[in-house]
Design a binder for this molecule. Sequence first.
Ligand code: AMP
Length: 215
Amino acid sequence: MNLILLGPPNAGKGTQAKNLYADFQIPQISTGDILRKAVKEGTELGKIAGPLMAAGAYVPDDIVIGIVEERLKQPDCAKGFVLDGFPRTPPQADALDRMLAKNGKKLDAVVSLEVPHAKLIERGSGRRTCPADGSVYHVYQNPPKQAGYCDKCGAGLIQRDDDHPEVIEKRLKKYDAETSPLKDFYAKKGILKSIDGVGSPEGIYAEIKSALGKS
Ligand code: AMP
């Protein structure tokens, strides 16, 4: 299965991509995760991407397209993949179509998680991340045992730059202006599946499977 998970920041794409991996062994390709790793490692890519990400801006199309093109060539993508956070702009969507066609592949479905803005801001601004092992908490919905510290490794938790409310608002505006139009693009191809992204992660996953004809 070749899938895209579409949805604004904090819609729950990462969680659902992991569920899809557990069920179907199709890897999650998250451009955000790849870029964050590059920033952490201080690579050339990370030096370009870091300030843009912290400001809630997009990394240039040609850079992310190159990242995805390389990643899709890896053997673990042979059985399928779940793209999470890519494509985000019409040129990225066109480039994806071209790279898949070149390899005789096509998209099976685009799952769009629909969540109201207020909910997205609440989810994002309460999120705390462990800089050491990547664990993710929420101050209300999933608090660590000791406030401010990771349950697993004890490191002090941080709020990611792009989880600050003003940056979240900016990212949502960008999503509405630049990424939302992709829904029409995929609806016209007949492969868009819109899913209500409010509710329990398990319930939302059940909806996704049913929309994919896999329940
Ligand atoms: P994410 O974890 O998917 O929300 O991505 C975090 C940040 O990485 C975004 O706010 C962008 O700055 C950057 N980014 C991730 N994917 C893309 C993409 N497909 N195009 C441009 N920028 C991206």
